[in-house]
Design a protein around this ligand. Sequence first.
Ligand SMILES: Oc1ccc2c(c1)N[C@H](O)CC2
Length: 114
Amino acid sequence: CYKIAQISKDDNSQLAVCRVLLAELEAHKDAWPFLTPVNHKVILGYRKVIKRPMDFSTIKRKLNNNLYFNLDTFIADVNLVFDNCEKFNEDDSDIGQAGHNMRKFFHELLHLKK
Ligand SMILES: Oc1ccc2c(c1)N[C@H](O)CC2
């Protein structure tokens, strides 16, 4: 019984860490391309090229609906945001640069909290 109690406590603390990490990502000056889903009806080719769209508002909804098993599944979705950005944007574009900046910022956040 203790083991089950221990896992559920960790889940709650891991969930709290995810919420803080997401808030820090959303507050970053370069977060603007990633705050809401890309409108694939407007951006031609996006739906064909990007097989698994992801953005910060979707991650927040998944957090609130308890759809992340642990910190690692949350990290995988954040990295998906930046991987999609690299796939669809040139490195020297404004959005491409924002994606690289945000990935570096997130990586540093994770190493601060470990
Ligand atoms: O010029 C544009 C216009 C729209 C978007 C991008 C670039 N890149 C984003 O990844 C997807 C949305």
